[in-house]
Design a protein. Sequence first.
Length: 445
Amino acid sequence: MILAGADVVTSLDPIRVERFDLKVKCGRVAAGAATPGERRRDCSGCLVVPGNVCAHTHLYSALARGMPYELEPPETFVEILQRIWWRLDRALDEESIRASALVGGVEALLSGTTTLVDHHASPNAIDGSLDVIEEALASLGVRSVLCYETSDRDGEARAEAGVDENRRFLERVRREQPRLSRGMVGAHASFTLSDETLEACVATAAEHGVGIHVHAAEDRADERDAETRFGLRVADRLARAGALDERTLLAHGVHLDDSEVALVRRAGASIAHNARSNMNNSIGRARIGALGPHVALGTDGIGSDMFEESRAAYFRLREDDLGGVPGWPLAPLAESARLAGRVFDEPLLGTLEHGAPADLVVLDYDAPAPLDSGSFGGHWLFGLSARFVRDVMVAGEWAVLDRQLVHAEAREIAAAARGTAERLWRRLEELPPHPYTPEGRLSWL
Ligand SMILES: [Zn+2]
């Protein structure tokens, strides 16, 4: 297959824009000229970019938009969890997990996101939940890195079931090597994890040679809890447990102090920055400049549009610092892809260099100003958006052509999800706020 006539962004960090006919062979970007008879897709006037990677999301929240809410409004981050997300996750069943993954996967592809790094929770439907998500995403052709959010907040049995689900999925991945999916070990956050559960997560990750994906210092409550219970900061606690190395993915990291930042940087761990979610939850702002080169971008479940997320993150950064951080927002987007590339053992993922997996997006963008390596960053911030996404290819196969899904009907998925969402919302309405608090932990059991 030849993608002919486009400008090709072969790398986001450093930015490289070149004009050549892009050849895809056996799922990869290939070298060499077109040979007679090769299929061609006319991409003239278009821009081909590496597929976006969302480094932290929660597909299970895809049906939450507009759900009824009749409790007192939350006033803290922990109350947001108790009254919203820890009720939603307990209401999930297999049907709603599948529908959420399909809806989230469709939105990802149509906005040019080819890989989702998901963090899943469904305390009343744990066993097999990662298979349900993996199958839903594979049916659409989206690449995924999955894990189950292990936590003690719903009691010991569910904490064990969470570890087991991560292990079961990793064993399946090892056995079957699914084309588009890999696993990590998921853990909710320090403040809902006992030492025993954290240890079990670390052991499972070590056994499979994968990293831990965990929320870290998202809110002050996480740090307060670690200091009260263990006399340690969150990152110190994770490091002591063996949960902090170059495969680790920390989500948020907003309240890491200087010594924790230094520790995380020395460990080489990645941090998924979720600017819109941080704003939406009033948790404070991450010190992006200090966090170092391993900052990736996630949405924390607010869709998967990385054009939108990266732009919001940039403007938030610029709001009170015109100096900003060099390379933004393309450097952290490239880092998101490097992170996924490490999990898939594909170091060129997120580039369109020869040999890279062919995860790419064709943007129908007639640049109204000169576009080259020097100006591309400006086009990204002030011109490009998901509305230009025409075609999407993942691992060498088209998943979107002419703005339509190749393997499914977006309309049908949405129509079916509406019924599922209604049932999910009815179950949710029956559930009181979650009683777990960092301070009064487990007293309710
Ligand atoms: Zn999250």
